[in-house]
Design a binder for this molecule. Structure first.
Ligand SMILES: [Zn+2]
Length: 314
């Protein structure tokens, strides 16, 4: 059986796994990410790979990381959370372990995992993944292949502008989807309601010990599940923006499936239901034309490891 290693470099941990051709993870290893120390992060990645190689021999290594990856899939040009600038990660790891290595954007890797083994596994041709977390990542599969673009930076749906001259985004532009439909936006909406209409946010404020500024994403999810009106309204707001974006994507790509992943989808229907309602609403004028179904992601925390390992196999 051909085995490969997948490594998922997150802001807090480096998670690696040995993965079979069926997407099963046979062994795992992890280390903390020293996020502000690029050299130290490289040491942790090599430690994770060494630990796994001591268990099984493998054919190749795939690495997923947040950031912009060049079109040759060798360099991390810019990683917002990892202090990497033009890091030649592929050649470094390939030289160290004498194995083929691919480096890919984390959302692309997650999309690949969902397409091959997760929520979109019965899609034969195309799917779009949104990862809704602190920011919004996305990955697009068309014709059975990831869409990378001419310069390696395609499929940044989180940075498509939805409000001209809107909220300033971390990418430097204004009005990006990420500012309206991410976990950060969810918290911003919930805090605003808790401040302006505390009677609608009783559960939320109880969790935050009465301080609107202390409200976090998990608190909004917990309060929403208990029926807190402010928390539910915050999910409806991000769902509205997400659904609109999904409808725009359908107009451009007409994919087989749309999958929503990332930490915020742990809220389940609190996010899925308003996102899908807004999506169907925006496409209603299309009448009886079939459109992509919307599903929650299934690969969870292992999406990065499994997706990277499978891309390395190809
Ligand atoms: Zn942006």
């Amino acid at each position: 059986m051909s085995l490969t290693i997948g490594v998922d470099i997150g802001g807090t941990k480096v998670l690696g796994g040995i993965v079979g051709p069926d997407g099963m993870v046979l062994a795992q290893a992890r280390r903390p990410t020293p996020a502000h120390d690029p050299a130290g992060t490289l040491v942790m990645i090599c430690d994770v790979i060494s630990e796994l190689l001591a268990i099984h021999t493998v054919d190749a290594i795939g690495i997923g990381a947040a950031g912009w990856i060049d079109a040759a899939r060798s360099k991390i040009m810019f990683a917002p959370n990892l202090a990497w600038r033009d890091e030649p990660l592929r050649d470094h790891i390939a030289g160290r372990f004498n194995l083929p290595v691919v480096v890919e954007n984390d959302a692309n890797v997650a999309a690949w995992a969902e397409f091959r083994f997760g929520a979109a596994r019965e899609a034969s041709d195309s799917m779009v993944l949104y990862t809704v977390g602190t920011g919004i990542g996305s990955g697009i599969v068309l014709g059975g292949e990831l869409v990378r673009g001419a310069f390696g930076v395609a499929a940044e749906l989180g940075h498509v502008r939805v409000v001209p001259d809107g909220q300033l985004c971390g990418c430097g532009r204004r009005g990006c989807l990420e500012q309206y439909a991410s976990g950060s936006a969810l918290v911003r909406y919930a805090r605003a309601t808790a401040k302006e209409a505390p009677d609608k946010a009783e559960r939320l404020l109880a969790l935050a010990k009465g301080l609107p500024q202390a409200i976090t994403g998990p608190m909004v999810t917990a309060a929403g599940k208990q029926g807190d009106p402010a928390a539910i309204a915050a999910f409806e707001q991000i769902g509205y923006w997400l659904g609109n974006s999904m409808a725009d994507v359908v107009q451009v790509l007409d994919p087989q499936l749309i999958v929503i992943g990332g930490g915020v989808i742990e809220a389940g229907d609190l996010l899925l239901a308003p996102a899908e309602a807004s999506y169907r609403d925006a496409l209603e004028v299309r009448g009886r034309l079939p459109v992509a179904d919307v599903r929650a992601a299934q690969m969870g925390n292992l999406a990065g490891v499994v997706g990277a390992a499978d891309l390395a196999r190809r």
